[in-house]
Ligand binder design. Structure first.
Ligand SMILES: Cc1cc2nc3c(=O)[nH]c(=O)nc-3n(C[C@H](O)[C@H](O)[C@H](O)COP(=O)(O)O)c2cc1C
Length: 212
């Protein structure tokens, strides 16, 4: 009887926590909506601001509302190399609530949304910074497509992400599982809302401690 009670309490807690999480995600960002900055475009062969051992660097990112794009650009300007945006063929809803619902469906269906052609040859790089937002406590499904499409064996992957409270949500470990032959270094999670202020110091400190 006691066991049944515990199971019922756990089930109720799960429903309440799940419902709460849904409400929180739904309400993130709706008032202070950012968008992608169209003046930030892909770039090739940039000089690094910092002194790094590796000169075959790619910074690649997925971003819908602009936060990860800003962080990616900041990192790219510091580490140099090539700078590329991952885009899906499908267009996500502009309405935030619809985007949240759409992303949930993609996650529940374990979808692999098709990506627009990326003009990259991984052979040209040995260090790849990969950025994305957290969507529903994990990487957006488009990132799973990305990792399905490319083989990162013997490459160094350095993840970074934006979020509104979930941190990295275990995604760096997820990437290591998806790319077991890659070396995945310590990533950098930053709150999307913090991207309205300068995050240079945080990025510099993180880069300093990476073995690159
Ligand atoms: C569909 C969707 C789901 C989200 N899920 C989470 C989440 O589970 N945890 C979290 O902390 N933030 C979540 N967020 C907030 C985003 O991670 C955050 O706003 C991020 O900075 C957005 O990045 P972007 O502007 O580069 O698209 C979600 C946002 C969206 C649009």
């Amino acid at each position: 009887m006691k066991k049944v009670k515990i199971i019922i309490i756990c089930l109720i807690a799960l429903v309440v926590i799940g419902g709460l999480a849904f409400v929180i995600i739904k309400n993130i960002n709706t008032e202070d909506k950012q968008t992608l900055d169209v003046s930030i475009t892909d770039e090739q062969g940039k000089e690094a601001e910092l002194n790094l051992n590796s000169d075959k660097i790619l910074v690649i990112y997925f971003s819908e509302t602009g936060n990860t794009q800003k962080l990616a650009k900041l990192i790219s300007d510091k580490v140099g190399g090539d700078f590329v945006r991952i885009e899906t063929e499908k267009v996500y809803p502009e309405d935030y609530d619809e985007l949240v619902d759409d992303a949930k469906k993609e996650k529940d269906n374990n979808d692999r949304p098709k990506l627009k052609e990326l003009n990259i040859n991984l052979e040209n790089y040995d260090t790849i910074f990969v950025g994305y937002p957290i969507w529903w406590y994990q990487m957006p499904m488009a990132m799973y497509t990305f990792f399905d499409n490319y083989d990162f064996a013997n490459k160094t992957i350095i993840p970074f992400n934006t979020h509104e409270g979930s941190g990295s949500s275990g995604t760096y470990e997820d990437i290591q599982k998806l790319e077991p032959k890659a070396k995945v270094l310590e990533g950098l999670p930053i709150r999307g809302g913090d991207m309205t202020s300068d995050q240079s110091n945080k990025v510099d400190n993180w880069l300093k401690n990476l073995d690159i």
